[in-house]
Design a protein around this ligand. Structure first.
Ligand code: ZN
Length: 457
């Protein structure tokens, strides 16, 4: 997918014309939008252009043949000094990352380790009061947790859309896109990075700790290239289902492995599935992490392309592109910017982004300003990291504690391979259906990527 082959043409109609219809407009004004329904079998959309080298839509399916991935355009030697953000420490030696110094991949972390025990003490000493809510059950499914849904003091975003002042769900400036990719790094991240480089785009990568262990060099290339790095937990569980100590462990280990690979600690995190309530928020605050979710203008109009479900076959490429049409249409008429959920774990998600969504987005009229989340908040990239944040434009949340460094990066060689994890339900399904069945979806995804059977705890 070379830059020269990306030709900006007048509107290329890929399917039947798409109109910003009454459903969408009503979704903005009165919150009654009815997005595309999962039972539909055909979907229409229009794109301004597509990438000439795009994978055909008919090939972006769950059983797609594995494609060769691009190799990283640039890798960085240990000790390299980041140039995209001032004051950053030298890059650690990723080859010294020892998986044996970290929890098992893709399992909720144990809480009896010295590291987690220290983080538990840090949180207790932070001064932040942790609400006494019982963990949710059944993977956080809304229908199985009626009392939690009804409890407004819990402010459970997943099932009610409730947000607090500290949640980042949008960008303040109209047409500004807080650009994010979740669940990597993965081999397909390299393809995405190539497209982003060719088009001078920077994004925010919310990295899963277990994937960082597997692909530390890719995380380093993301960071050194000026992309923002955020936390997306260690094993990608719905956080409201965990105990306080487990949440602390999931956030703590993912912070730590990113610090060990990059030399800096993220100050932002995205809860897997957007599953956050006031208990999770308080623990994150005590650990110096600000939540970033995604834009939701009505229960049915969330800014989620549902690209994650391409891999499993729960959705189709044309449905994802229709979702994208709805989202870009809504993004054009709301008074703020927006944050969109996309993923870089599977080739199907990357294929639809680089082949279709991003080429269309780059030609959008009026133009989108596409930037990492930290920049869409009108803050410098340095404010994305604990060690570089000077507290002037980005004062840390009250009660934040320094990242604990109970263990050194370790020794020996990094691991290879291993699975992935995902995020999100369909754009209409998040708010209405919660999270049922996602554990099984991720277990399947992990098994496919890792070539083995892994179960989500
Ligand atoms: Zn995710």
């Amino acid at each position: 997918m070379s830059k020269s082959s990306f030709v900006c043409l007048a509107a290329v109609t890929v399917a039947a014309a798409y109109n910003i219809d009454a459903r969408q407009v009503s979704g903005v004004s009165v919150g009654t939008s009815a997005g595309p329904q999962p039972t539909q079998t055909s979907f229409s959309f229009t794109l301004a252009t597509t990438n000439p080298t795009a994978i055909p839509l008919a090939s972006i399916v769950s059983n797609a043949a594995t494609q060769a991935t691009h190799t990283l355009a640039t890798t960085y030697a240990p000790g390299s000094i980041p140039t995209v953000v001032s004051g950053a420490p030298p890059l650690p030696n990723a080859a010294l990352l020892a998986p044996s110094n970290y929890p098992a991949l893709d399992k909720v972390v144990p809480t009896d380790s010295p590291e987690v025990q220290q983080w538990i003490k840090d949180v207790a000493n932070s001064g932040v009061t942790i609400p006494d809510f019982a963990p949710t059950v059944d993977s956080g499914a809304c229908g199985s947790n009626a009392a939690a849904v009804a409890d407004t003091t819990r402010c459970w975003w997943t099932c009610t859309g409730c947000v607090t002042a500290t949640d980042i769900t949008t960008c303040p400036n109209k047409l500004t896109w807080g650009f994010t990719y979740d669940d990597g790094p993965s081999p397909y991240t390299e393809d995405l990075l190539q497209f982003l480089d060719q088009n001078n785009l920077k994004t925010t990568f919310f990295a899963v700790g277990s994937r960082v262990i597997s692909f530390p060099n890719i995380l380093q290339t993301e960071y050194m290239g000026g992309h923002q790095i955020g936390v997306h937990t260690w094993s990608h569980p719905p956080l409201t289902t965990l105990t306080n100590d487990q949440i602390i462990g999931e956030l703590g280990w993912s912070k730590k492995v990113i610090k060990d690979v990059l030399g800096v600690t993220p100050l932002h995190f995205r809860p897997p599935f957007g599953d956050i309530d006031n208990r999770v928020r308080a623990i994150a605050q005590a650990m110096g992490l600000t939540p970033v979710i995604w834009t939701r203008i009505s229960p049915q109009a969330t800014f989620d392309t549902d690209d994650f479900d391409l891999h499993s076959g729960l959705t189709t490429a044309s449905h994802v592109l229709q979702n994208w049409n709805y989202i870009s249409g809504n993004a054009s008429i709301i008074d703020t910017g927006f944050i969109l959920l996309e993923h870089d774990l599977f080739q199907q998600s990357v294929d639809i982004a680089t082949g279709y969504i991003l080429p269309d987005a780059l030609l959008h009229q009026p133009p989108f300003k596409i930037v990492p989340v930290i920049e869409c908040q009108n803050k410098p990239l340095s404010d994305a990291y604990l060690e570089l944040n000077d507290n002037s434009s980005n004062p840390l949340p009250s009660g934040s504690v320094p990242s604990s460094s109970a263990n050194a990066a370790g020794s020996s060689t990094g691991s290879t391979g291993s699975g992935g994890s995902g995020s999100s339900k369909g754009s209409a399904a998040v708010a209405t259906a919660g999270l049922p069945g996602l554990g099984a979806v991720f277990a399947l995804a992990l098994a496919i990527l890792a070539g083995t059977t892994l179960l989500m705890s």
